[in-house]
Design a protein around this ligand. Structure first.
Ligand SMILES: NC(=O)c1ccc[n+]([C@@H]2O[C@H](COP(=O)([O-])OP(=O)(O)OC[C@H]3O[C@@H](n4cnc5c(N)ncnc54)[C@H](O)[C@@H]3O)[C@@H](O)[C@H]2O)c1
Length: 250
């Protein structure tokens, strides 16, 4: 029997091939969970699987979370491989792309918000059985302040409302639903095309004077996923090194 804070649990992590999802899947596995890694990027997903199997038990599902029926396919895959579901980390996210404002808005909402809602709905019958936990990766962008893009901020703000709604409605089943609002985290999602000046500016605007690591967000996800957070639901936990509370150079 595996040991750890998620011993005996089954977890799904979307966007698990990179960044925050990869670090979370790895930590969940190290803490005893059997983990289904979900991503749309095949090569990265395969290397993530190799990495996580060094720490524990894992399987993969290659899918775009915004595709029709993806929520059901993801949940079915976890139940088929591992026999149940306890932890659902809905983490896959995009900036939103397209040639027009309408395309960019629709693409961000489809992946960042609609897929999260449909994934949670698909998991409900299994999470009811296990009294499980849902962890949603939102952002300080939209979740607390508005600085990224209309589509990104709107989608992430929507996740906070969704978190509160599901936590309120599903608490009766013992299901907890929480969001994380990361600040600037060193992943391919940000910074890839950023100048040294821009990165220095972000560091200077952050109370702790640095960007965060994916592992630091994974530890927040582990807290929310585990029994350590047994009385925490409907929360949106900011993990931003103090970016949103730091306005002066005092
Ligand atoms: N990095 C940051 O500073 C930061 C800050 C706040 C919030 N976030 C959020 O954290 C989450 C993870 O971001 P990250 O920084 O680890 O980025 P990342 O680019 O390192 O990882 C994101 C992963 O999600 C996958 N993905 C994206 N869209 C998908 C889809 N439709 N279907 C399946 N997989 C998909 C990508 O292939 C990638 O592997 C996102 O929701 C992002 O909005 C990131």
């Amino acid at each position: 029997m595996a040991e750890g804070r998620l011993a005996g649990r089954v977890a799904i992590v979307t966007g698990a091939a990179s960044g925050i999802g990869l670090a979370s899947a790895e930590l969940f596995a190290a803490e005893g969970a059997r983990v289904l890694l979900v991503d749309r990027h095949d090569a990265d997903l395969r290397s993530a699987l190799d990495r996580i199997r060094a720490r524990g038990e894992a399987e993969v599902l290659l899918t775009d979370v915004s595709a029709d029926g993806a929520g059901e396919r993801i949940v079915e895959a976890a139940v088929e491989h591992f026999g149940g579901l306890d932890v659902l980390m809905l983490n896959a996210g995009v900036h939103g792309s397209g040639a027009t404002p309408a395309e960019r808005f629709d693409s961000a909402i489809a992946t960042n918000l609609r897929a999260v809602y449909l994934g949670a709905e698909a998991a409900l019958p299994h999470l009811r059985d296990s009294g499980g936990s849902i962890v949603i990766t939102a952002s300080i962008a939209g979740g607390v302040v508005g600085f990224a893009s209309p589509q990104y901020d709107a989608s992430k703000a929507g996740l906070i409302g969704l978190t509160r709604h599901l936590a309120s409605r599903w608490g009766r089943y013992g299901i907890r639903v929480n969001a994380i609002c990361p600040g600037f985290i060193e992943t391919p999602f940000i910074g890839a095309g950023w100048s040294a000046e821009k990165l220095a500016q972000v560091r200077g605007r952050t109370a702790l004077g640095r960007l965060g690591t994916p592992e630091e967000i994974a530890r927040v996800a582990l807290f929310l996923a585990s029994d350590d957070a047994s009385y925490v639901t409907g929360a949106a936990i900011v993990a931003d090194g103090g970016w949103t509370i730091h306005f002066t150079d005092h």
